[in-house]
Ligand binder design. Structure first.
Ligand code: MCN
Ligand code: MOS
Length: 764
């Protein structure tokens, strides 16, 4: 008897709760009633409060800090500066590479960006800490800052050779092409702007450290804390049961995290430190500002002969972030000649970071606008243009797609949108004062894969627990893992409790790159299958089991009851069976980790991103795909742009839960609307400071900005991408939205805006 024998019988009804069912979020009630406690809401005895002091210059040296007034202020327990904070060790990076410096000081002596933490105050109450932090006086020796990519001092930057992708002779083929377009596309500095701010509580008990902190990667962050303090990995516990959004920003332990943990150690009291909203714009990086030029040469039928792509992204003076700008450019269209190169430019900013689809998102903005420009130049419908140049295999890796339902996405999206009714000429569609524009763009995101583990317990009362140190920041992990366990074990979903967000549970790697659902459904499927095998094995072989006499070779479990497949013989609930055989529980740890992994490889599998499986491993190239169709209405007099309709067709393979996948896609699309029309970190050129670092001035879409969004799933199960056939969902939706809107704005107005966001002054 194998897992698969019994699994089949358990999953024959396509129910709400089975994998693929539209089960509502199981964590929903706790969240909307306030029963869900977020990390920093833990109530701890003797909790103290830390508040940071940020640099008011963007570049220079801290020459002196006067802490006297703060130290004598009411309730103050400590004022920490680079001179007084305890010394930490350097920690390895997220590839697991050893640190360059032996020691690490999370408070800066050398300032490289405005807002960098230079001191911290710890007090009995939050108000006392805020008041005392205002009394800390800092003197600087200021030097000129490079404020952003357009700064005259910025230069061309550093070439990143690993980003170079070339085949054929792109420059020569471009020069010879009968039709050529070449344009520059820019995206500004953008921020994740998650609702829940970053923050943490740190508590020491001897040399054991507990951290309550919103986290996309408990095991990776635990490793960083362990290395900073020189304690064993096992001594660090990270707790992060619910997260109010992360969008890529919550995967790493950051300088403020180190300050809080060090303060807790020094004071031997628990410390909480929560970044205020402006600090959430300077204490960790958003999406780097980017510049790209895309040159496409084609023949008169629209067939692409060459693509020449050059990109630049900003990075920090003392930190490296590469935003892979050629990632979509190199795979979306078939071309015999291709060249993509990228530089990074150091500016005085906090090191930029991951924001939903880092790389693919700005990359798609360049290539998907450029294709629209080429289509216009040639008088070819932009959808037709994409089909003419459809890539039948991965043009870069030269491998077959695992699955690519992009043609189906174009067809389904165009049909639902009514694309055939589009009149080709710009400014040819209007409704009174409103110019109407229809635009299309494609998007893609690679399938990132990793090895996972999970524990599944069948308890004495027949209920089931699933345990993993992975997380749910709103994507639906609690729900899809409950569905996977329920289906595999044959129990009702309400009998399954999923426990996540505690690093004491079965280890998990990063929740990033839209990989968690595929990794964890695979691990839970495996662990639940093992638990089921053990349950059925017990039922068949234990002398106290009523099934033992049956001499059967398998049994089925359905609705939490176990019986023979033919329906003859006894039928028991799981609880009755466990009681009959005298078992308290069945527990199985299942993983998808290769059997020959050493303990160190296993450790690195969960605490670094170095062990992830390449998306072009083996014979296939694995990606999710999408096509967005957008209608905009532009006020002819005021230049205001409204997105009035979005239809997107998406291929994420098999969906574990279509209701949640649609919600994810829509979330990405909404973020894309914000990126196209609103979001922009504005830098004060005198001080290199983000001036709109708050949720009032950093514009994000509200309900009034968002039309009805229709999403259509065109995916088919992809056996090369994950155990259950799904591909990534979380980031796909945002990729291609901004170019679809920019293309629609061009169609409405005849004006090509190549600089995001598309604000009204760029249109009038
Ligand atoms: N899903 C599905 N079928 C699939 C794949 C996924 O039904 N084949 C659904 C599931 O509900 C799953 C969700 O989509 O829980 C996301 O799955 P996946 O694409 O694997 O992404 P991750 O779970 O790894 O989540 C991370 C991803 C990333 S990288 C960012 S950034 C992001 C995102 O998810 N940040 C988010 N979605 C977010 N959603 C919310 N609410 N908040 C964030 O911060
Ligand atoms: Mo997502 S930006 O990979 O956390």
């Amino acid at each position: 008897m194998t897992v698969h024998d019994v699994k089949h019988a358990a999953s024959d009804s396509a129910r709400l709760e089975a994998v693929g069912g539209r089960l509502s979020r199981v964590d929903g009630p706790a969240k909307i009633t306030g029963a869900a406690h977020y990390a920093v809401e833990q109530q701890l005895e003797g909790l103290t409060h830390a508040v940071l002091v940020g640099a008011t210059i963007a570049a220079g040296k801290v020459t002196a800090i006067d802490t006297r007034a703060a130290e004598t202020a009411p309730g103050v327990l400590a004022v920490l500066t680079p001179d007084t904070i305890m010394e930490l060790k350097g920690a390895s990076d997220w590839f697991g590479r050893p640190p360059s410096a032996e020691t690490y000081c999370p408070l800066a002596r050398e300032v490289t960006f405005s807002g960098q933490h230079v001191a911290a105050v710890v007090a009995e109450t939050f108000e006392q800490a805020v008041a005392a932090a205002a009394l800390v006086k800092v003197w600087y020796d200021e030097t000129p800052a490079i404020v952003d990519l357009s700064d005259g001092k910025a230069g061309d930057g550093i070439p990143i050779d690993a980003m170079t992708k070339e085949w054929g002779d792109a420059e020569a083929a471009f020069a010879e092409a009968p039709v050529r377009i070449c344009a520059a596309y820019n995206t500004p500095r953008e921020f994740q702007a998650a609702m829940e701010p970053h923050g943490l509580i740190a508590r020491w008990e001897g040399d054991a450290l507990t951290i309550w902190e919103p986290s996309q990667w408990l095991d990776g962050m635990a490793r960083t804390y362990a290395e900073w303090f020189g304690i064993p990995f096992e001594n660090v516990r990270l707790v992060s049961p619910y997260i109010g959004g992360g969008f890529g920003s919550k995967a790493l332990a950051l300088a403020h995290s180190a300050v809080a943990a060090a303060a807790a150690k020094m004071l031997n009291r628990p410390v909480t430190l929560v970044l205020n909203r402006p600090q959430n714009f300077t204490s960790y990086g958003g999406r780097a500002a980017t510049r790209q030029t895309v040159a496409i040469g084609a023949d008169r039928d629209g067939k692409i002969q060459s693509i020449v792509h050059r990109g630049v992204n900003e990075t920090a003076v003392d930190g490296m972030w590469v935003e892979p700008l050629g990632s979509v450019t190199s795979i979306m269209y078939a071309t015999p000649n291709f060249s993509s190169k990228q530089n990074v430019v150091r500016v005085n900013t906090v090191v930029p970071g991951a924001k939903r689809a880092p790389g693919e998102n700005p990359s798609a903005f360049g290539i998907e606008c450029a294709i629209d420009e080429l289509a216009h130049e040639l008088g070819i419908d932009p959808l037709e243009m994409r089909l003419i140049n459809y890539a039948e295999q991965d043009p870069h890796a030269k491998k077959a797609w695992s699955t690519r339902q992009l043609r189906e996405a174009f067809a389904a999206g165009a049909e639902a949108f009514g694309w055939a009714k589009r009149s080709a000429a710009p400014r040819s569609m209007r409704d009174g004062h409103q110019l109407i524009g229809w635009g299309v763009a494609a998007g893609t995101y690679p399938v990132r894969r990793a090895h996972g583990e999970a524990v599944v317990k069948i308890l004495a009362d027949g209920s089931v627990e699933v345990e993993s140190s992975s997380i749910d920041m709103g994507q639906g992990t609690y729900t899809i893992l409950a569905q996977t366990a329920a289906e595999t074990l044959g129990v009702p979903v309400e009998k399954v409790l999923v426990k996540l967000g505690d690093s004491r549970l079965a280890r998990a790697g990063v929740t990033g790159g839209s990989r968690l659902a595929g990794v964890m459904t695979g691990a839970v499927y495996k662990a639940a299958g093992q638990a089921l095998d053990e349950l059925v094995g017990l039922a068949l072989s234990d002398p106290r089991s009523p099934f033992q006499k049956l001499q059967a070779n398998t049994l089925v479990v359905r609705d939490g009851r176990i019986a023979s497949p033919r329906g003859d013989g006894p039928e028991l609930s799981i609880a009755e069976l466990l009681s009959a055989v005298g078992r308290e529980r069945i527990e199985a740890k299942g993983d998808t980790v290769p059997a020959n992994f050493t303990p160190e490889q296993r450790y690195n599998n969960y605490t670094t991103i170095a062990m992830a499986l390449p998306h072009t491993e083996g014979d296939y190239s694995r990606h999710s795909w999408c096509a967005h169709f957008v209608e905009v209405r532009v006020d002819e007099d005021f230049g205001t742009v409204r997105v009035s309709r979005v239809v997107s067709a998406l291929d994420s393979g098999r969906l574990y839960n279509p209701k949640l996948a649609e919600s994810q896609w829509k979330g990405g699309i909404i973020m894309g609307i914000g990126q196209a029309l609103l979001e922009e970190g504005i830098v004060d050129r005198r001080h290199g400071r983000i001036v709109n670092g708050n949720l009032a001035d950093y514009m994000l879409p509200t309900n009034a900005d968002i039309p009805d969004i229709e999403t259509i799933s065109v995916g088919i199960p992809d056996p090369h991408s994950s155990a259950l056939g799904g591909k990534g969902v979380g980031e796909l939706g945002i990729v291609g939205v901004a170019p679809a809107i920019a293309n629609a704005v061009f169609h409405a107005t005849g004006k090509r805006v190549r600089d995001l966001p598309i604000t009204l002054e760029k249109l009038i």
